[in-house]
Design a protein around this ligand. Structure first.
Ligand code: GLY
Length: 320
């Protein structure tokens, strides 16, 4: 007899950007991503709902100093860390987020709280007030390597477009575009997505990331998408919402990725995205050199680390 439950799906990313240096770089990132996939997929098999699984996945990625979100976030031009995160529950089509928050361990937890608030997106001072209200302890997400990176860039007058995609200097060839993201289809068919970032790094004070906008993180009952890369490019393509609307209007997820990434390629955009549709299709795409993503399709884990250079879109179709 059918239980009415479906096989959960999960895809996560740890940024997109320039090539990782050699196989050692890819292996180190793969280990980090697979550890998160393993923990979150077990939760999904145990019946955890999509939104809670997304929050847990984001916490784990925010806590990994390798990635540019939470601990290990990059510094802005004035040497301060300002992080942004958002959460979208596809079932309720509800978006919440925080913009340019400091001194918090897991920005996604503020987004989680705001899901049930009348005011669902808060910026710096408001987010700080919320932290006080929730009695969250102050936390310094600064790591030594990010500080060293900032000092070096300051000497170079901040001429890089963005900070490194992952923290270890030896793993990255040049500039990258770090963000983390988690997309889930749970065993009841509910979709959710979360995205969190330290921003581009070395940017102007007050610059706002796409990660706490529907352009960078969007979901409804049909599809859920998380983006990574140059925020300005993602905003101008309205990438996450664009893919979700295409799927809602009847386009299969992979086709929606293909159309959106062809358009992005023609406009020389620099980013990547991951997503899941309600039919269980998992898809990803990039215009940047690499996309650091991994997934669980219900049968096994896989990743996007060996994808070749250039604009590409791919998917895993497995029945729900
Ligand atoms: N996608 C992250 C940022 O541009 O801030």
């Amino acid at each position: 007899m059918s239980t009415g439950l479906i096989q959960p799906k999960l895809i996560i990313h740890g940024g997109a950007g320039s090539s990782l240096k050699g196989k050692a770089g890819a292996d180190a990132v793969r280990r980090s991503l697979y550890a998160v996939i393993t923990e979150v997929y077990e939760l999904l098999l145990a019946g955890t709902d999509a939104k809670s699984a997304v929050i847990r996945g984001c916490q784990l990625l925010e806590d990994d100093p390798r990635f540019n979100a939470g601990t290990g976030s990059v510094l802005q031009s004035d040497g301060q860390i300002r992080m942004s995160a958002s959460l979208m529950d596809g079932t309720q089509q509800r978006f919440s987020g925080v913009i340019n928050v400091s001194r918090v361990k897991n920005p996604i937890e503020l987004a989680e709280f705001l899901q049930t608030s009348d005011d669902r997106v808060l910026s710096d001072i408001g987010a700080l007030e919320l932290m006080r209200e929730l009695q969250l302890p102050y936390y310094d997400p600064l790591t030594k390597i990010r500080l060293q990176e900032w000092i070096l860039e300051r000497e170079g007058n901040f001429d890089k477009a963005m900070a490194g995609v992952v923290a270890e200097r030896e793993l990255v060839s040049e500039a990258g575009r770090g963000t983390i993201g988690v997309v889930v289809l749970d065993s009841h068919g509910r979709l959710a997505t979360g995205t969190s970032t330290g921003g581009k790094g070395f940017e102007r004070i007050g610059r706002v990331s796409d990660s706490a906008m529907p352009a960078g993180n969007y979901a409804n009952a049909h599809a859920a998408i998380s983006c990574t890369g140059i925020g300005e490019d993602i905003i101008e393509e309205c990438l996450a919402a664009r893919i979700v609307v295409r799927v809602t209007d009847g386009m299969p997820l992979l086709k929606a990725f293909e159309c959106s990434f062809q358009e992005a390629h023609s406009r020389k955009r620099d980013f990547g995205a991951i997503g899941i549709a309600a039919d269980g299709t998992i898809a990803w795409g990039k215009t940047s050199e690499v996309l650091l993503a991994a997934y669980h399709d219900g049968e096994k884990m896989g990743d996007t680390l060996e994808m070749g250079p250039g604009t590409q879109t791919q998917c895993r179709v497995s029945l729900v």
